[in-house]
Design a protein around this ligand. Structure first.
Ligand SMILES: [Fe+2]
Length: 313
């Protein structure tokens, strides 16, 4: 269970002491998305000192992506864009980050457990994956649905579940007027560029986690957008046009429908009395439609992003 987060700015989120057992060094974490049932999470980590963790294996499928700074995996040193995927139980070389590094950290289907070891867990089935993503070439996305103008660097795909992580580049002006939904979750961290869509503005170091089946879209891109995307299965595009939603009910004692009743009830009061907050409280229709209830499915949004107007539903 992960809540629908769309959109949050990392500028707004507080820092926690990083929960990365078995390591030497100081680090903080911003919790972008957390599954309190199984420990799956997406974190933004800031390393305040040089930081190291010895060879061993993880309790969860684990990923690292360097936003700024440097990672060393065994004897391989990679700067910005360095990527590591370590499946649950796989033997992972010692890793280290230099002071000042900012990295994205993902754990799936498990908590933060880490066991120092010279061998993999006996149940491990897959090996780790390492990429210097800055040195990889973008390839055109060729799938049913989206218009030309999207490019992919595939970082990792689980051969059993189809779970995959990729970098996506979108051409300046890439169009999509439809809203879409998918059978899998879709999660993204913006690396650069400006995207405007039904949930508002999505820019550098903004983040969303969108559970399966939630409609989203009519995108406009500017500045050549680049995002890190993750999905827990094959991302199939199902499109909706001319979208509508039926939601609501009869307002018994609030809202614009009740203004006539409020006028009648308070007609004996002076204008000053009618404007007094106590009457506003007793007769909330004075506030008009602002007192209407809202659906309980609103996504989590941080203060910089602001309110969502329900567009796209
Ligand atoms: Fe999507």
């Amino acid at each position: 269970m992960r809540p629908h987060v769309e959109v949050i700015s990392t500028k707004d989120y507080i820092w926690h002491k990083a929960e990365l057992p078995g390591a030497t060094g100081e680090a903080r974490e911003q919790r972008l998305s957390y599954d309190e049932e199984d420990g799956s999470c997406s974190l933004r980590i800031q390393f305040d000192t040089d930081w190291t963790r010895p060879q061993g294996y993880h309790e969860a499928d684990t990923e690292w992506f360097v936003r700024e700074g440097q990672i060393t995996i065994g004897d391989q040193v990679i700067g910005r864009g360095g990527y590591l995927q370590a499946p649950k139980g796989a033997l992972t070389p010692a890793i280290s980050f230099t002071k000042g590094t900012v990295a994205l950290h993902f754990r799936e289907y498990g908590h933060n457990g880490f066991t120092p070891s010279d061998t993999a867990h006996p149940d491990a089935t897959h090996d780790i994956t390492i990429h210097d993503t800055e040195a990889m070439e973008y390839q055109p996305v060729v799938v049913d649905g989206p218009a030309a103008g999207l490019y992919i660097k595939l970082l990792h795909r689980d051969p059993d579940t189809g779970f995959y992580t990729r970098l996506i580049l979108g051409d300046d002006g890439w169009p999509e007027h439809r809203v879409a939904h998918h059978p899998c979750f879709e999660e993204a961290y913006s690396l650069h560029g400006d995207l405007n869509y039904n949930f508002g503005y999505f820019g550098p170091d903004d983040y969303f986690f969108r559970p399966a089946l939630i409609k989203h879209g009519h995108f406009t891109l500017s500045g050549g957008c680049e995002w890190l995307l993750r999905s827990d299965g094959e991302l199939i595009n199902w499109y909706t046009t001319e979208e509508w939603i039926k939601w609501g009910g009869k307002a018994e004692n609030y809202g614009k429908e009740h203004d006539a009743h409020w006028e009648a009830t308070t007609q004996f009061l002076s204008g000053e009395e009618r404007a007094h907050p106590s009457y506003n409280h007793a007769f909330p229709s004075v506030s008009g439609h602002e007192q209407n209830p809202i659906p309980s499915t609103m996504p989590i949004r941080s203060k910089t992003i602001g309110a969502w107007n329900g567009d796209g539903m």
